[in-house]
Design a protein. Structure first.
Length: 229
């Protein structure tokens, strides 16, 4: 696939048996170093209860530069025929030590906000920082948690916890008795990954991860959530 930006290197694939769409775009930002430097000027704080780190809001300039060239791809791959509108966009850095995670942070999750919500994850860190993994819930077979599946998934997960117990505090980096890992995207500097928020996913932390809070040397990403216009 080719995009409107000639330096984009695009890979289109699917996740698991449900074949949820997944886009990976290398060379995503024209000036990625500028976004790292701008991030270094921002004030990061704990802004979300379950994100395992700190975040900072980002200027709308990011959306104005990067979203318009994506629109044909979003229409073709995700059915965003009328365009896209953003829900949230912010810098993120993983800083929470494994032993400080709560049980929900030690399992795969899905992004609330409706079945059509998309997550755009822009890595501004090297591959050594780890990537993003995708999972199947073993007892239901669900790889995506739609609004229609949510109640059944929640009930089944509660039953699983009664059988297997809560996970130990730590990042899930592989299959467990409750979840099976079914896919993975490596981090790479200036790589963007786009997937449906309904897909079960989790941060995949590399070995000897330092939990560095610096935007210039830590696991810096820009996280954008989109809905169809």
């Amino acid at each position: 696939m080719k995009s409107g930006l000639p330096n984009w290197d695009i890979t289109q694939t699917t996740i698991g048996d449900e074949k949820a769409p997944l886009l990976m775009i290398d060379n995503f930002a024209p000036e990625p170093d500028a976004w790292v430097k701008f991030g270094a000027t921002q004030s990061f704080a704990k802004l979300a209860p379950y994100y395992p780190g700190v975040r900072a809001p980002i200027t709308r300039d990011y959306l104005q530069i990067h979203i318009p060239p994506l629109l044909p791809l979003l229409a073709d791959v995700f059915g965003y025929a009328r365009g896209a509108k953003f829900v949230e966009v912010f810098y993120s850095i993983v800083t929470t030590a494994p032993e400080d995670l709560v049980a929900m942070q030690s399992m795969p999750h899905f992004d609330g906000g409706g079945d059509e919500k998309l997550a755009l994850l822009h890595y501004l860190c090297p591959a050594s920082m780890g990537g993003t993994a995708f999972y199947r819930h073993r007892s239901t077979g669900y790889e995506t948690i739609s609004d229609a599946r949510h109640a059944h998934y929640k009930k089944s997960l509660e039953a699983d916890v009664k059988t297997h117990g809560l996970p130990e505090s730590g990042y899930i980096c592989g299959s467990t008795p409750i979840f099976e890992r079914i896919g993975h995207c490596d981090a790479a500097y200036n790589r963007a990954v786009i997937y449906r928020g309904t897909s079960l996913h989790a941060i995949d932390i590399a070995e000897n991860f330092a939990f560095d809070p610096s935007p210039e040397s830590g696991r810096l990403t820009i996280n954008t959530f989109l809905q169809p216009a």
